[in-house]
Design a binder for this molecule. Structure first.
Ligand code: PHE
Length: 342
């Protein structure tokens, strides 16, 4: 029996050395301590041992059983521990790694400046109206005193959808609409996109942004127009920016003018953005033409008004020293993320 125990112990020793997994330990448990295992076998043999020897032999077998149980148990613990460590190692988080950068969306710089313009003009008593981007020839042209074959239509290369429907070439398409729907005093602005079939270049695009302003009341004068433009532009730039008013022609105003501001990119010395003139045209303006008032059911004998159309894209280019209008629509984050986020 003693020999038998030694053999089983040796065998167990080899087996347990090779057991590298929890499953292998469980298998050994069955193999050595199970019903068909050597310990049970020895228990059977014990019955045949003489009563005198039985306590001693019984103790040997029992000791072996306790020994195997303990060994299996402690090996199992070690393996479990190792497995857990391996798992932890695998799931290790390096808290010193730099965090993943989150990109926070922001307003497009054009929207940002449009909102600034709108805020200032609301502060000056204007309310906001929106006209349609797709409009009829009537509101974009005819109501604004452009007869069908008027050469001034060529000033604005039009995208026609059909003979009567077009993409508005200016936000002035709001004018007759607002007049039809409201009685003076009218004091509105209309921000939006406008479209012109022009060659795309650093200075011009097929769509850009305008903010129209329209004020109609009794006794509105040219001086009111100039003063309002003056106050507005100073507020927008935050200082008294130098301006220049040039006579110009638009069929829907009389008199008409164009508004220039000093080029801030070159401080008036001349650069490609201002075409080396030192000035930048930012708006068309004028006193609302009597014919347009009539088209809007307003009596020109009783009322007068002014209007202006401010180009936003050029203004933003000047304010932020952007040399190419095309970057506004290229969606390059390197460009877009340079501007204020609010
Ligand atoms: N609608 C004109 C343009 O786009 C600008 C303008 C608006 C001129 C209002 C006079 C009055 O060129």
């Amino acid at each position: 029996m003693k020999e038998n125990i030694a053999t089983v112990r040796r065998e167990f020793e080899t087996d347990i050395q090779q057991a590298k997994s929890v499953q292998a330990i469980e298998n050994l448990h069955v193999k050595y301590l199970g019903k068909k295992g050597p310990i049970q076998q020895m228990m059977k043999v014990l019955r045949e041992v003489t009563p005198e020897e039985r306590p001693e032999v019984g103790k040997w077998i029992n000791d072996l059983k306790v020994e195997f149980t303990n060994r299996l148990d402690s090996t199992l613990q070690t393996l479990l521990h190792q497995e857990e460590n391996a798992k932890l190692l695998e799931e290790k988080i390096d808290v010193t790694l730099p965090g993943r950068r989150r990109f926070i969306g922001r307003k497009h710089i054009l929207t940002h400046v449009m909102d600034e313009v709108i805020d200032i003009l609301i502060g000056m008593g204007f309310s906001v109206q929106y006209g349609p981007d797709i409009d009829s020839d009537y509101y974009n042209y005819e109501a604004l005193n452009f007869p069908p074959d008027h050469p001034a239509r060529d000033m604005q290369d039009t995208f026609y959808i059909n003979a009567n429907v077009l993409l508005r070439t200016h936000t002035s398409n709001i004018q007759a609409r607002v007049m039809e729907q409201n009685k003076p005093p009218i004091r509105i602005i209309a921000p939006g996109k406008v479209y012109r079939n022009e060659a795309i270049s650093a200075r011009s695009h097929v769509f850009f942004h305008q903010v129209e302003a329209l004020y109609i009341n009794k006794g509105v004068t040219f001086a009111d127009l100039l003063k309002a433009l003056d106050i507005f532009l100073n507020k927008l730039f935050g200082f008294e920016i130098e301006k220049r008013y040039r006579p110009s022609y638009f069929p829907f105003v009389e008199p008409g003018l164009e508004v220039d501001i000093r080029c801030l990119v070159c401080a008036g010395h001349g650069c490609p953005i201002c075409k080396h003139t030192g000035w930048l045209e930012v708006a068309g303006a004028g006193m609302v033409h009597p014919e347009v008032l009539k088209n809007g059911d307003i009596d020109p004998e009783e009322y007068s008004g002014y209007a202006w159309g401010l180009g936003i894209d050029r203004l933003v280019m000047i304010k932020y020293h952007i040399p190419d209008i095309r970057v506004f629509t290229q969606n390059d984050l390197r460009f877009l993320s340079q501007f204020p986020s609010a």
